[in-house]
Design a protein around this ligand. Sequence first.
Ligand code: ATP
Length: 762
Amino acid sequence: MYLKSLEISGFKSFAGKASLSFTAPITSIVGPNGSGKSNVAEAFRYVLGEQSMKSMRGRRTEDLIWNGSRSTPKSNRASVKLRFDNTPHETEAGVRRLFDIDFDEVIIERIIHRDASSEYQLNGSPVRLKDIIELLAAAHIGASGHHIISQGEADRVLSVNTRERRGMIEDALGLKIYQYKKEESERKLEKTRENLEKAEGLRREIKPHLMFLSKQVQKIEKAQELANELAEKLIEYFAREHVHIERERTALSTEKKPLEDRMHTVEKELTHARKELERLETKDTTSDDLLKAEEELRTVRKEKDTITEETGCIEGEIVATKRQLEREAERRAKGDLRTVPWSAVSELHASVLKDIESLGSSEDVGAFKRIVATFKEKLTALIERFRGDDTPHAEEKELESTLKKLMAQKETLLSNRNSIEAREASLSDTYKKVQKTIEDDKDSGREMERTVFALSGVQQDIRLSLQTLSAREDALKAETEEWKRDIGEASALLGTRIAYEAQVATFRNEPVEDRHEQHERKRLIERMKIRLEESGLGGSDDLMKEYKEVGDRDAFLEREIADLYASADSLEGLIKELNTTLSLEFERGVEKINTEFQTFFSLMFGGGEAELALVKEKVKKEIMYDEDGEPILSPETDNEDTEPMLGVEIKVALPRKKIRGLEMLSGGERALTSIALIFAMSQVNPPPFVILDETDAALDEANSKRYGDMIENLAKRTQLILITHNRETMSRAGVLYGVTMDAHAASQLLSVSFTEAIAVAK
Ligand code: ATP
């Protein structure tokens, strides 16, 4: 037993709270006409998600809410709560829960308000109608209400058209879940197709714009390609230029230093050489020195000649004197030729005279005697002196003295000559030296001239080299500035990464190439720049962004279209599959029902034949939506035929009667036929509960009994709630509820005994 209780509050005639517990397989609800019994059955329909107001005997939502009476105000909400036991239990398919949710008790509640808002709750949590319907369908409690037979509706299964009947049978067979799935898939398919159309429409719409953008982007991409190429070229150019500048700078400083040093040295040497040359050139004193030396030499030589001459004379005199001396000596040797020099005699004379005169008038004999003695001495001396012995006489002596003098003179002359000769030699030496110096100076001068010339040449060469270096320095400076300027321009044109990458590229250490190549590169770069400028890359960001957006949108739509096609395909596949399953299961189910139907029918009529037959029909499906915008499942109309479908026809043949066809049956026969079919349907796939609202109304006593037996039989597999006035039916119930209408025109529920029930029913 799955059904535990029903709680009604504010629903239709139930103003207050009313509660029914279903503790027995069969529960009967009894009560006088108009007390609200059918409202209980409708409470079931309502809580199970019934959308048709008609089947709940109302026109508007409000009609379902307690409308108030003279004494009791109307309710603002109606709520019905149905409680199920959902503990796992043994089934043919194993241990299962009734509802596929992990709760031992499942409470479904539906609440509506006067403002027509409606809500569903599952175990206290708000859920959608769709969730409730799916949950119920899986538990074989369909919304078509095949298990809730309203008052006077027992033969509905006979009066509906073949398609509606098919729906009821599907529901009874538990195939509704496939039907729902199929319908849902069809809805999804339709939605998918709509979306597909929309997406394709959108794609078509953006296509021309995308094409336009694509062309623009192609141009931009080309320009971008050019820009990239240019960037590559620039990077290489800048890197090479950088390397070139650095190399040149290093080369210049390496080359310049020795040149400057050399220049310095050469300048020093040149200054020195020039000074030296000047000195040599201004050294004219050298010829003076030579003249002076010449003059001195000449004088000395003259002196020497004079001395030589004089010496010659002296030597002549010496020879003559010597010869005279020899002659004198010879004469002296002869002795008579001794001569007294006059001077000696005169000197004697003068001296004697002088002494005599010194006597004057003196008579002094002494004096006289002294004079005579002196005279004697003097005379003796004279005689002695010229006595003519070996001793050379005066002439000889004079000659000797002369000779001596002459010899001395000669000596002097000779010595003078020696010194003069020494001087001459020295002067000659000096002269030669001066002469040599002059020669040397001349040589040195010439040498120095050559040196100065050579050095000037070297200096000129160095100066030229330095000038070349300076020109190279200027060029390098200009190149460096140009390089920097170019980098600035390139960065502005293509972004600062250029400078960075060029810096990185300098480490590549490219082999040195001819400078001409770099100039060629520069020319190419300039041409590329012009081309890039002409291509108009500016403003491309916005366009690229737009292209990306539109492209993304297109790609998204393309993907979406592909996805939609894929899901349409899979939905079509699923629908096909569901159709196959449905028709297969349906045919099998109908077969089973037919067996049961035949059994119940012959039981009811004591024979005869009854069967369900499948007929082909064409239908068009139409989706309707409830007040919540939720699709209403399964309504079908036949405005236009679009799709073939099997409907179900009922064929009956009463025993002993020639009646074939439902139209010919009496009210009771119709009731019996429909009960037989309902029971057959319930038997094949028993729902958790079945509600029968006065299904037994038209039965006579004998049939009531049969009905009672069938009920008991049915109650073995399905919980039954029977609204009845039938005593027989009441007698089969385990629990009886009496519904009465109180003084406030509100329904009241109370548990009653069989006897009370009989009384209440009356
Ligand atoms: P019967 O035995 O004749 O079939 P019943 O017991 O099935 O009668 P119901 O049809 O369930 O009676 O109840 C109908 C009663 O409910 C009516 O009297 C009707 O006025 C009352 N009713 C229906 N809707 C409302 C409502 N919204 N507010 C108050 N009363 C309502």
